[in-house]
Ligand binder design. Structure first.
Ligand code: KG4
Ligand code: ZN
Length: 339
């Protein structure tokens, strides 16, 4: 089955084509096309939703055309169209959803409305050369700009939410702390870069909820702690790097501990990491080491960085394994969708 996946929930416009024929194997990625309005948001220091939606309108058709051209396919060759219908910014979401609905109507293709959060961990089901099988039950961890969620995946289509952030998501906290440290938007990748020369033991920052028995997260206190330390101070380059290393360490320690707790409680056989913050090397490495040292037979999966941040391929993959098709007039954007 050939699926065209369309993603437009925030500031990235993605379209990709995957081929899948067997739900016990991974899907093949035939093309993955992406445009981003990140440079505009870097200038404004954060995303202004209306600007993001306007850029989506510019990019959506060229990105879909490029995905088809790269895969050497015509829209008529596609079996189904998958589209992110939530969660996300309503203006941005509408661009992808209405485009997908139009294509579905004109070319008579079934539509698979897909949850963006599923997409993030289903990126692990895209064949990138790793021959290991993803065995259930799996613990999936979605760490992105808007979400920090732990879920139990018993099998395809049977998912139980275990816990999530009570306030700021990990990515949101990194972006806000980046701003406090005068780093360009988005904070996440810039904090990672600076952290490489920073001392993670320099400042005593909180690791919120690290000892709690639930699977909840809370990162707004970390941001407040940094604010308290840096307010009205002129920081040296080294001090900024030290704060970056400490902030990253706090977030990675909390996430690794909570994920391990979830793995233990639910006897998970695999761990699936996904979302923009999963592009962070410290998180990828520490989480893998934590899981491995607990039980080396548990397989840890994380997609390549380009499949961690928003893209159409993850949406097509999630749709393949959770294939519920609708007619074009039965699908609507839902910005508040959750697990
Ligand atoms: O998944 P994503 O592309 O969009 C959402 O669905 O939110 O995630 C974007 C988030 C931003 O907060 C960004 O700062 C963070 O992912 N991010 C990173 C890195 N790359 C992106 N955070 C830490 N380290 C990175 N290398
Ligand atoms: Zn995302």
């Amino acid at each position: 089955m050939l699926i065209l996946g369309i993603e437009s929930s925030c500031d990235e416009t993605g379209a990709a084509i995957i081929y899948g024929n067997n739900k016990t194997a991974k899907v093949k990625l035939l093309s993955n096309s992406l445009a981003t309005s990140l440079n505009i948001h870097a200038k404004s220091g954060g995303i202004i939703p209306e600007n993001a939606a306007r850029e989506q309108i510019k990019f959506i058709i060229p990105v879909i055309k490029e995905a088809l051209a790269k895969a050497k396919l015509n829209i008529n060759d596609i079996d189904k169209i998958a589209v992110t219908y939530g969660p996300g910014l309503i203006g941005s979401l509408l661009v992808g959803v209405e485009t997908a609905k139009t294509l579905s109507y004109v070319y008579n293709k079934p539509l698979i409305p897909t949850n963006h959060l599923y997409g993030h961990f289903y990126a692990n089901f895209i064949d990138e050369g790793d021959k290991r099988e993803i065995i259930f039950p799996a613990i999936a961890l979605v760490v992105s700009g808007g979400h920090t969620d732990l879920v139990l995946v018993k099998k395809h289509g049977e998912i139980k939410w275990l816990g999530g952030t009570r306030d700021d998501a990990a990515g949101e906290a990194l972006d806000k702390i980046g701003r406090l440290l005068d780093l360009p938007y988005p904070g996440g990748p810039n904090i990672e870069k600076k952290a490489q020369i920073g001392d993670p033991k320099k400042y005593n920052l909180p690791k919120p909820l690290i000892g709690s028995k639930d699977f909840d997260f809370s990162f707004s206190g970390l941001k407040t702690a940094v604010l308290r330390e840096v307010k009205d101070k002129k920081l040296s380059e080294q001090q900024v790097a030290d704060f970056c290393a400490c902030v990253q360490k706090s977030i990675v320690d909390v996430i690794s501990k909570k994920t391990l707790n979830a793995v233990k409680k639910h006897n998970a056989k695999s761990v699936l990491l996904g979302g923009g913050v999963a592009a962070n090397a410290a998180l990828r490495n520490q989480l893998e080491a934590t899981i491995n040292s607990f039980d080396p037979s548990i397989n840890f999966f994380v997609p390549s960085k380009i499949l961690c941040t928003d893209n159409g391929a993850m949406i097509a993959a999630a749709a393949f394994y959770n294939d519920k098709s609708f007619k074009f007039n039965e699908v609507d954007a839902n910005p508040n969708l959750y697990f």
